[in-house]
Design a protein around this ligand. Structure first.
Ligand SMILES: [Zn+2]
Length: 127
């Protein structure tokens, strides 16, 4: 059964088969922070088209960071929390610091999904 692209991006899966792991380790494992594997362990897709392929994912992470900031702001509105401007800014900064490793990982995942096409038949071919 095929998995959705949202699942694949959020759970850091291979963009081609959506089964294999994308990162060497968990995003919060700081020693190996957001290191992308060389190949997909399931379909053998090479994750980097060229050296420093993932540098461009930095632009994606700005966008994801802004989305997190907006989400925090909206949550304070939904829950009617009146922190004042400084409080809201502080909450946003704290949320960004906490989610930073994951933002970096998801941004690389989005970047890869942008360049590689989903091909569920690849696993059958490999098997
Ligand atoms: Zn794969």
């Amino acid at each position: 059964m095929g998995k959705s692209i949202v699942y694949s991006i959020l759970f850091l899966k291979c963009p081609q088969c959506r089964e294999g792991e994308f990162l060497e380790a968990h995003p919060y494992k700081l020693s190996n922070m957001n290191k992308v594997k060389k190949n997909c362990p399931k379909c053998q897709l090479k994750y980097s088209i060229e050296p420093s392929f993932y540098t461009g994912s930095m632009y994606v992470s700005y966008g994801v960071g802004i989305a997190v900031a907006v989400a925090v702001y909206v949550l304070t509105l939904i829950f009617g929390l009146d922190f004042g401007p400084t409080g809201i800014l502080t909450s946003i900064v704290i949320a960004l610091i906490i989610t930073m490793p994951y933002i970096g990982a998801v941004s690389k995942s989005i970047w890869a999904h942008f360049f590689f096409k989903y091909d569920p038949s690849i696993l059958k071919k490999a098997a």
